[in-house]
Design a protein around this ligand. Sequence first.
Ligand SMILES: Nc1ncnc2c1ncn2[C@@H]1O[C@H](COP(=O)(O)OP(=O)(O)O)[C@@H](O)[C@H]1O
Ligand SMILES: [Mg+2]
Length: 479
Amino acid sequence: MFARVAARIGRVGGARVAARVAAGAALAAGAAASYTDCISVDLDPAAAKSLLKSLQKMGEERGPRYNELLPAPPGAKYKLAVVEFNVPGAKNGGSDKGPNGHRIDSIPIANGVIKAGAACDIIKYYDTKHAAFAQQVQDYDALIVRINPGQLSQGTLPGTQERFDALMNSLLAKGKLVWSSPDVQTKMGAKDALVKIANLECGLPDTLAYYTEEELVTGFKKTCAFQPRVIKQNRGSAGEGIWLCWLCNGKYCKTYGERSLEDSDWLKLMEMNDNHIEYHTVGEFLEFCVRGPTPKAGNWQSTFPGKYLEGGKEAGGQLVDQRLLPRISEGEVRVLLAGDTCQMIIHKKPEGGLSAVGGNSAYTYYEPTDPKYSDLLAKLMKDIPSLLKVMDLEGQPLPLLWTADYIPKDPEYPRTDGVDTEYVVGEFNCSCVGISKFQAVCGGDKSLADVPDEDYYEACKLTDLMGVKAIEMLNNAKK
Ligand SMILES: Nc1ncnc2c1ncn2[C@@H]1O[C@H](COP(=O)(O)OP(=O)(O)O)[C@@H](O)[C@H]1O
Ligand SMILES: [Mg+2]
């Protein structure tokens, strides 16, 4: 008697190879959701059993674990470096690191590059030894900079960030790659990127940016007279200075521009770092945004002191004004990407309040192939070729690791394909995005070796993909 065995080997999320075997009454192993290959063969039951066993093993096989940096592969075509910075005087060199002075995710990232076939070192930047570093980096084809925003200004020589950025730009000008380049970080990572993508599929067309007090006053009085809005500062993180704004009397005008608010109109404001609510007049809110908690601004409970336009446009002073999307209550969707490949989708559902920042949300992880987000991803993939162009970043590589954070909303126009939720980008993160399963052990006495196996192998799917994408981007750049 022969059993019919179909062996399918598929790729999920661009990183995982799983195997599934069906024999007789369907025996299955692995969890592949999409298949690229399918072969059918006739086998006797003993052979079927042994094939099943070996395929099961293949599906589960994790390969060796590497807690240390691997040696360079012989004859490697490219040489890369992961660049770190140890904050002077800080334990471990910063709260993002372990006792060996490395970020916990640095070794896996470098090993991902090495496994993909290139050489990769981990090197340190010292603000006090800039010239030596500038010399050292000439040897590399690409740099993966893993320095948290702000670290180059902590206890360093004046002008360190500027010197470092100028060096990175000089490397880019020589045809080397830098992830993420200073321009990518400042342009794509800035809130006004939302205005630049407003007309892409992933954007909201009615998004505005204000760089001066006049623009803010005129613009906000008009937008918030029409509908609830969100005012976003550029400099905070985790919801600081991100204000959901409603009119207390709820009397919005019917068409945009029909009316403007008065200074004396009352607003209900919710800040997204802690979901606290404050009531202020429009005049007080605008004063707080521009000059901070002055007597004219009334009493503020917010921990961040306003002044969102301080320093002007050049210094990153800006406010973005976006439609308030009420379905944020269903949570935010984080798309995690390496270059132009999505590795994972994370749904963050707020537990109390409207904000999913910090520890106040429940996470669900989805494969990029999950049908729940197929419309979202298809649109993002369609937008990716235009993304850098609209942000005035043409010619720069996409970040090696970045996120697009989406907010759900009703479709803009009725759809006939059954899709009842569309998603728009609320922000991009492209500066040293942490790899959470590794970074979970940072800051104390633990190191990479303390990351549990399950987390290690899960997170390595991402770092291995980063290695592959780094080499792919280098190949494309050299064409
Ligand atoms: N247009 C919007 N409508 C509703 N909620 C929003 C909107 N934009 C942002 N939020 C909420 O504010 C939070 C913080 O905004 P975000 O732009 O992600 O800034 P941050 O840099 O502080 O994370 C989001 O996680 C989301 O909960
Ligand atoms: Mg955010």
